[in-house]
Design a protein around this ligand. Sequence first.
Ligand SMILES: [Zn+2]
Length: 285
Amino acid sequence: MKQMMAEVGIIGGSGIYDPSIFEDTRELNIDTPFGRPSDNVIIGRLGEREVAFISRHGKGHLYSPTKVNYRANIFALKKLGVKSIIGVCAVGSLKEEIKPLDIVIPDQIYDRTKYRKNTFFDDIVVHVGFAEPFCKRLSDKLYEATKKMGYRVRLGGTYLCIEGPQFSTKAESNVYRKLGFDIVGMTAIPEAKLAREAEICYATLATVTDYDVWKEEEVSVSEVVENVMKNAQAVKDILKEFIPLLAEGKCGCRDALKDAIVTDLSRIDSEKMKKLEILIGRYIK
Ligand SMILES: [Zn+2]
């Protein structure tokens, strides 16, 4: 049987459980040394490209941001040969000028998560650079596609990642605003960290559902749900435009582990090494 491969990975967030923009879709049940991904991976074609899709919370929204098996999701995409991932996520706005239904492509993250496994490397020591958490090359292309489709979009900004599942208090929300953060969500960490460890380019397409609780404004649940639906349509439009635009280019993400592995790998037993082979195989002499 021909090995299934895909070049681009999409991780769909709230409201996006099925890409429905690909042709010739197949579902793959993939196992990883870190357990099962959130759902079967859907592979399909968009234009000339093979694209892999995972629903981050699983069909039926089974996993909270804390419970998502981020390691299995990223590892499964790595196993399929994915080189670039777009993480789609719903966020709240911390700034007046970032309005509901806007799209933000952030360039920084501030991590306030507490209970997540945020590395593949439990058995060896690896310090990857994370000063620039998102791939600039990928983010620029995403911005281009979003603008082309006529959506209000902002390139850059800080994504604050909270643990959840509860939303913030007003006190927290006001502090986050004072600190200058732009949007708040629950999933970019550890997804971006793991993608970097897997040497995969990663960018976030954040769709704004509403203002966070700092704004004294009554927003009904039905309005938020309506925005989630509108945003899901926007994401599909943008990805359809973006995927053919994507061209291979040079960026540091693909060599993130070069000089980052500190442990003398000859001292690690072969069982543990086998588990990591897909990630670090090319650095084993
Ligand atoms: Zn990159």
